[in-house]
Ligand binder design. Structure first.
Ligand code: ARG
Length: 463
């Protein structure tokens, strides 16, 4: 049975059932009931303080709204599709409870400013929670960087082995990336923290309301000045989704590395059984599904971004019903980003790195070839020439199935008379890493600095 609509007067016939079903958003916007009620309570308080409602009318409406919140939470009042949306459902329930007085709640308000308000309130909380999870992941990475301090590994460019680095350095890179994600979220939160309420349908209202008062009651930093802008834009949701898209791109790269590093081919790391899955057919398999899913869910978030950008791009001002489609991508991104941050932190806690295998991989490769060339430069050979000589030595080793560690001084001197016995120490991965001096480099002292920096920043961070 379709409930009454909010616009009875103008219409002779009720909305067709299939039209209601098609257009109802309650199945998803019911998630906003708390924000909706909080917004309505603040609105009613303002209406009373501006003498648009009497104090006792205000009190009765507010207590009924609180009771409705309980009814929703206990399942006594069900938000089902016979209502068009969460706003209509709550308002209709209010009228059922307190009669005609319930109809006064909507004075000087429209669902257009109401939904914009609910979404801003919802996202403000969601951003705080997402930010906490970003910090948590940063702390896990920091813990891993500290725990593995001193472990060396091959670093890559073009997915080809390039130079020896400290594993901690690599992990710290993700902390820096997440820091920018954190900043983007804070920035987005700061910009969205303005109240659209009081814009009414879009043109404002003749009632002597106080927009600033209601904004203050709801913890906003002010109002969205232009009432048309207040109900027309969803850029605050798009900013959030873009910030999450960038963040998911970072999570996805980290997940991709976990996938690679736990293969037999790499064998750099292992994820514990509790965060991996087996195969229903191949008994030997141990699959990094959690990491794969973080990588996969990144696509969902990008999809949500394109979804909402496309929904918004052709809309003339002000409110259009198309905008009701903003909620599913918003909710989905909030959930996906949170879950991904959370699981990745757990997976990392349960990942161990194989120090000895990493050492072995460094020994049986040419990751210090750049160091050998640099060595010749210190002996006065121009870098280009040193590069060629070293390239020839690598070529020689490959042909003779050798590594730098197998070369003797005599052989090296055939390539250049500049080689001295100190070359052997110079091309060890350990000394290679230690010689890096530039700020932010992979040397233990620079990596230590970063660890100290992040320990200080992350230990006192609160959101
Ligand atoms: N359910 C609607 C939405 O989310 C609420 C605003 C409806 N406004 C209207 N004029 N029909 O967009």
């Amino acid at each position: 049975m379709a409930s009454q609509t909010l616009w009875g007067g103008r219409f002779k016939e009720p909305l067709a059932e299939i039209a209601l079903k098609f257009s109802s958003s309650i199945e998803f916007d019911k998630l906003l009931y708390e924000e909706d009620i909080a917004g309505s309570i603040a609105h009613v308080e303002m209406l009373s303080s501006c003498k648009i409602l009497t104090a006792s009318e205000g009190r009765r409406i507010r207590s009924a709204l609180r009771a409705i919140q309980k009814e929703i939470e206990t399942g006594k009042f069900k938000l089902t599709f016979e209502y068009e949306d969460v706003h209509s459902a709550i308002e209709q329930r209010l009228t059922q409870k307190i009669g005609a007085l319930g109809g006064k709640l909507h004075t000087a308000r429209s669902r257009n400013d109401q939904i914009a308000l609910d979404e801003r309130l919802f996202l403000r909380t969601a951003i705080r929670e997402t930010s906490k999870l970003v910090i948590n992941l940063q702390r896990v990475l920091l813990y891993k960087a500290e725990k593995n301090f001193g472990v060396l590994m091959p670093g890559y460019t073009h997915t080809q082995r390039a130079q020896a680095i400290m594993l901690s350095h690599h992990l710290l890179a993700y902390i820096s990336m997440l820091e920018r994600d954190f900043e983007r979220l804070q920035d987005c939160s700061r910009r969205l923290n303005k109240s659209p309420l009081g814009a009414a349908a879009f043109a404002g209202t003749p009632f002597p309301i106080n927009r600033a008062l209601v904004a203050k009651k709801l913890g906003f930093d002010g109002i969205v000045e232009n009432s048309i802008d207040a109900v027309s834009d969803r850029d605050f949701i798009l900013e959030f989704i873009s910030a999450c898209s960038l963040m998911m791109m970072h999570l996805s790269r980290c997940a991709e590395e976990l996938v690679l590093w736990t293969t037999k081919e790499f064998s750099f790391a292992q994820i514990s059984d509790s965060y991996t899955t087996g195969s229903s057919i191949m008994p030997q398999k141990k699959n990094p599904d959690m990491a794969e899913l973080v990588r996969g869910k990144t696509g969902r978030v990008y999809g949500a971004l394109m979804n909402l950008l496309t929904t918004m791009k052709g809309l003339p001002l002000a409110y259009n019903r198309d905008m009701q489609e903003d909620k599913q991508p918003m909710f989905d991104v909030v959930k996906t980003a949170r879950e991904s941050l959370y699981i990745l932190a757990h997976v990392l806690v349960h990942t161990t790195f194989d120090k000895y295998h990493l050492e072995e991989e460094l020994r049986t490769d040419f990751l210090t070839a750049t160091d050998m060339a640099d060595y010749l430069v210190t002996k006065g050979i121009p870098f280009r020439e040193a590069h060629t000589i070293t390239g020839e030595i690598v070529q020689y080793c490959v042909t003779h199935k050798m590594y730098f560690g197998n070369l003797d001084l005599g052989t090296l001197r055939e390539f250049s008379p500049k080689f001295e016995p100190d070359i052997f120490d110079f091309i060890l991965p350990q000394t290679s890493v230690e010689r890096k001096q530039s700020a932010g480099s992979t040397s233990p002292q620079e990596v230590k600095k970063q660890i100290v920096h992040w320990t200080r920043v992350l230990s006192k961070r609160r959101v």
